[in-house]
Design a protein around this ligand. Sequence first.
Ligand SMILES: [Zn+2]
Length: 528
Amino acid sequence: MSYTALYRKYRPQNFTDVKGQDAIVATIRNQIQAERIAHAYLFCGTRGTGKTTIAKIFAKAVNCEHPVEGSPCGTCASCQAIAAGTSMNVIEIDAASNNGVDNIREIRDEVTYAPTEGRYKVYIIDEVHMLSIGAFNALLKTLEEPPSYVIFILATTESHKIPVTILSRCQRYDFHRISVDTISTRLMELLEYEQAEADEKAVRYIAKAADGAMRDALSLLDQCMAFYMDRRLTYDHVLEVLGAVDTERFSALFRAVIGNEVVTVMRQIENLVGEGRDLSQFVNDFTWYLRNLLLLQSSEHMEDVLDISSENLSLLKEECKMADSTELMRFIRIFSELSGQVRYSAQKRILIEIAFIKLCRPQMEEDLGSILARIDRLEKRMEEGVIQPAAAGLAHSNNNNETIQRTETEKIALPKAISEDMRQIAGNWRSIVSQMPGSLSVFMKKAHISVGDHDELLIVLDDAIIYGMLAEEERKLEIVKSISNIVGKEVEIQIRCNDSGQTSERAYVDLEQMIHADIEYEDFPDSV
Ligand SMILES: [Zn+2]
């Protein structure tokens, strides 16, 4: 037995089966019952929202021998001929492939003949915005004086591309996206017909991923069911098939961002990449998650608007208190920009990493939102006593002592003679860094180099967060490899953090600066 795709198998055959376009269906049924049918209709809306489905039911209903409350009976000769695609009364045209003047002229010639059986000839022109200007003009002539037995239904996803002269002659219906609730209910119904089992959470995720298009939802469900044939469809199965990410991951990521734990965030991204998750989908889902936080923060009664399970709701409620609305809006803005960039980019991972660093570090941005976020964080740290205002004399001097002590322990003695290897590295440092892969190159541009006690290359970073990212073993190996690519030798490296910012006090000696300044190395003092 051949397999029929769910969306074909369960395509609605009468108005009662149509889900999610109640207002449009009610209006059209009333018109049919009252026999006040217009000659031209324009169905606008995104793909998969039921435009052609309703157009076909409409065509059946106006020709049906025994319509039931404006809906086709489905059993009379006309209904069956239309369902089988053999009726001469319903003419479907795809304007994407028949967009010329001649195609429309053919229609003009045809409409002069009244239907031999049935009452109406219905022309359904899909993707009507694709017609050429000449074709639109030809169509306009027919729309100006249509024979009484002709109905045109024009369907389009882009109504702004349709000439005003055509628009003004049509009754317009805007098909909106179908709600997650409506789609989930329909999917549950079909699963019952198919005698398949699925978790509600799984079905809801599919409904959400379909983004308002019933046809997409059915295709996604098909895909998941084919993958887990004869087994109960769980949330995890769906995530796996669609390459999506679990909401708990979003929680963990968000908490890490709020806690400024860049290393944790980078590791999470690493895991997502390793598991082969769809990164564009991830960006969209994370934006959605942030939007939920913002909604929940703005009102207690938003729970109905959020498409999440009750277990996740309590997590969300906790999380929405961790950031204020200004900060959340900044996050959403960064991620909305990202979702536009990431779609066509080959460097998805790097773009995502940079976006997350922006979330953690408002100081990397310079617009008003990020400056507010910085002030906010400072205020919080002051309240917590992490930073003391300058006026508090004693506390301040204590702080200062600490800094000095730390700087002293981190002071690095420069060996008397600098090996040829180190000179070579210092001399080529710029080109070594520029050929490092992706984000590594960006971060390494912030590094200074020096020489350690055992003639190892010392890489010094002023920024604790960037330090945390580079200090990982994997990154270290990448750095060693990049150096050996240029100088032809693997050298030992050590990565250090100098977050005291005491470069002028010489916590270390900048090797690169020194080499370029052409100073006599042997004369350089031992300890600076
Ligand atoms: Zn019928």
